[in-house]
Design a protein around this ligand. Sequence first.
Ligand code: SER
Length: 886
Amino acid sequence: MHSVNDIRSAFLEYFRKHGHEVVASGPLVPHNDPTLLFTNAGMVQFKNVFTGNETRAYARAVTAQKCVRAGGKHNDLDNVGYTARHHTFFEMLGNFSFGDYFKELAIELAWTLITREFGLTVDRLMVTVYSEDDEAHRLWRRIAGLPESKIVRIPTKDNFWAMGDTGPCGPCSEIFYDHGPDIPGGPPGSAEADGDRFIEIWNLVFMQFEQVTPEQRIDLPKPSIDTGMGLERTAAVMQGVHDNYAIDLFRALIEASESASGVAASGEHRVAHRVIADHLRAASFLIADGVMPSNEGRGYVLRRIMRRAMRHAHMMGCEPLMWRLVPALVGAMGTAYPELGRAQALVTETLKLEESRFREMLERGLGHLDEAVAALPAGVDLPGEVAFRLYDTYGFPLDLTEDALRGQGRKVEHAGFKAAMERQRAAARAHWAGSGDQATERVWFEVRERAGATEFLGYAVEAAEAKVVALVVEGKEVDSAGAGTEVAVVVNQTPFYGESGGQMGDAGIVEGPVGARIEVRDTQKRLGALHVHLGTVTAGRIAVGDEVRLAIDGERRRRLRANHSATHLLHQALRRRLGDHVVQKGSLVAPDRLRFDFSHPKAVTAEELAAIEADVNRQILANAEVGTRLMSPDDAVAAGALALFGEKYGEEVRVVAMGTADDRAYSVELCGGTHVRRTGDIGILRIVAEGAVAAGVRRVEALTAEGAREHLAAQEERLGAVASLLRVAPAEVPARVAALIEERRRLERELTEARKKLSLGGGRGSNGDDVRDIGGVKLAAQHLVDVPAKDLKGLADAWKHRLGSGVVALVAVADGKAALVVGVTEDLTDRYDAVALVRVGAAELGGKGGGGRPDMAQAGGPDAGRAQAALAAIEHALAKATAAAE
Ligand code: SER
C-alpha cells in the first residue's frame, strides 16, 4: 500500500530528481499576503516570486504545503465530516517553475509521475483545459496520447485559476480520476459534474498574469508554473478507496478517537469521528503555527473549529477528547512536519484548556438550544435571535449551532442573527457616546468597531504584509496622507508590538504602493485592541485600502526582547533573595535599559544586589528555552504565575515561563510581551542603579547584552585610567587608594599640628600676631592666612591653654571668606562673653550673628579684607568691657 507518508515523499523525491529544490511548507498564517486568512494553496509562499518582487536561489521548487480552508474566502467548514472529501486542513503537493519551464514540461512531468511512478490506470484519467487554451489541448494529446473525449474544454473560471481578487493567475488544466460507475456523478463539464465519481486530483496552473487590481491584469515577468495535487484525494485513489477518511492517515486518527472515546466510528457517531479527526489536524497545525484561540480574526476561526469538534466529542458522551489524540497525530504527521512535534505540549494544553473551559457552557447552551427547538414547529428555522443568544451567552459559534441543527434539517435564520449582533453593537456605541470620553478616543472606538482588532503577528515574524484600515491625522480619520504628514496608521495585521506591559512599542518602516514610505517611531495600543503605528510619511502617499509591507526595526526589538525577559528573571531573583513581599510596582522595558519598581521597605544592600545579579546571570547561562502558553488564570497561578494585580485579563492568559529551579520553571509570569527564545539570548545582566522611588518602593535599573557589555567596558576603561595614574596594576587599585586615603589623613593631621605650632609660635603662618595686655587681660589676636576654618577652634583651644587666662580672637581667610573664632578661658567667662565678642567681629566682616558658648564662639563673613578691622573691633570691645568692670 502507498501510505500518505510514502506518497508525499515520492512526490518530493520525483521533482527533486528533476532539478527542483525541496522547500519546506510555508506557515499556515501567511505573512506575505495582507488579505488571506490562512495559506490555502502551495503557491502562497511563492506569490512574490511569481510577480518578480522576490527572487530565490532556485527557479524550480517542490513542496508539500499545509493548507487550511475555513473562515474567509474558501470555507469548507460546514461540510466537513459529512462528505467524502471536504477538509478544513489538507496538504497540497506542488511543483513550481519561476520563469523556468512552462506548459510542456509541466504536463510531461505530471503525466509521467501519475502514470509511471504512481501507476494510476490511464483509462481512469481525464483532463480539462481552459477553453481558449489550444496549446494545452495539443500538448495533452501529444504527451499523454489522450483522445479528444478525455480532454474537456471548460469555458468558465473553473479553469482560470486566480489566487484571489488580486495576485498571480492564469489558465489551468486539471487532472481527474474516475472512481467508477458505482459512484454517482458525471465527467467535468457535464451536468452531473458535482457528483463524486470524477475527482480532480491535480491542478496545473500556467501562471501568466498578475491581477493588479480587480480591473487591471498585467503579464508576469516570465510565464511560470504552479501545480497543486490534493494529497488526501490522491492517497484515496492510490489506496483504492473513494472516501478520503478511509486513507491510512485518517484511519489512524479515527482509530485513536475510537479508542480514546470508547465509541465506534459507525452508525450515528460516524460523522463525529470524522469531524474530530479533521478538526484535530486543523486545530493542532494552527496552534503549532502560532494561532491561539480568541474571539476575533484567525483565533476565532480556530476557536470555531475546536468548538465544533468539541460538540461532536460531547455528543459521544466522552471526557475532553481532542487533547488525548495529539500523540496519534504527531505519530502520523510529525516526521513530515517537525514543527508539530515541537509544539506538541502547547497543542495539547491549548486543546485541553479550551475543551475543559467550554464544556460547561456547551452543556448549558445545548440545553437552551433543545428547549428553543422544542418550541418550534417542524421545519421552521431557528430564529437568529436564539442563535445570537447562544453565541453571546454560551460562546456558541454560529457554525456550531448550525451543525447541531443539521440532523433535524433546520437552519439558522441568518438575518435575525445579524440584526441581533447589530443591535448589540448599537447599544455599545450608545453606551460609549454616553461615557463622555474624549473625541480622539471616539475615533479609535469607531475604527475598532469597523475594522476589528489588529492581529498581532509579531511573536512569530518581524515583517508582514497588511491592508491599511484607517489613517488618523490630528485626531481625525482621513482617506490618505502625503509626504511630511504625521500620521497614525492602523492595519488589519502587524508585526509591530504596541506598547503594553511595560514593553515599549516597536519602531520600523511601512512601505506602501508606488513608493509610499512611513517611518514609524512608536506603536501604541488603543482600546486594548488596535495597534496604532505613529510616524511620518517620508515619501509618496498612503491611502486607506492600500496593501503595505511592514517591517519592524529588528535590532531594536532584539534588545527589547532581551530586556523584557531579563526583567522577568530579575523579578524572580528579587523575590527569592528579598522575600515574597516583593511585588512588581511598575516596569519599563526600553531597547537600551530596563527598570523595575517593587515593594521593599529599605535599600537593597550591595551584597544582596550582587547575589540577585548573580542569580539572574546563572539563569541566563543555563540557556534554557523560554516557554509561552495560554492557560486559564487559575492554572496559571497554580503553575506559579505571579498574578499581577490591577491588570485585566480575558478568559485565557498568556503565560511566559523561563529558567529552572527545583525542577520547576524559575520564573512564571502572565505576560503579553515579546521574549527571547532561550535565556542565553539575554547575554548578561548588569544592575547599574538601586534607589527609592516612593515610600516602600525601590527601583532597580539594569542593562543587558551590548548595553551591559558597553557599561562594563566603560567601567574598565575608567579603572584602567585610575590604575595608570596610580602607576599600579588594576587589581592593586583598591589597596593603593586605601593607602592614599590613609596617607592623606595622616598628612592633614600633621599639617594641622604644624599650623598650630606656627600660629602659637607667631611664625610665618600668622599675620600680625600678637599677645597683648588689655587692662590686665591677655588678648591673643591673629589674622591667619591659608588656615582652614575647621582648624580655628582647635587652634583657639591651644591658645587658651597657652595663655592660661585670657581671650583669643582668630580670623582665618580662605576662598575669599573670613571665619572668626573667639575663645575665653574658663576663669574669665563671668566677665567676658565669647559670643558677644564674636558678634562684634562678625559685624565688621559683613556677617550676621555668630554663635557658640561663653568660652568659645564662632562666626563668619564675606568681607575677608576686613579681617584686621574685626580683630581691632574685638580688642576695642574687650577694652571697653575691662574698663567697665573696673
Ligand atoms: N494554486 C492552484 C490551486 O490551489 C494550484 O496549486 O489549485
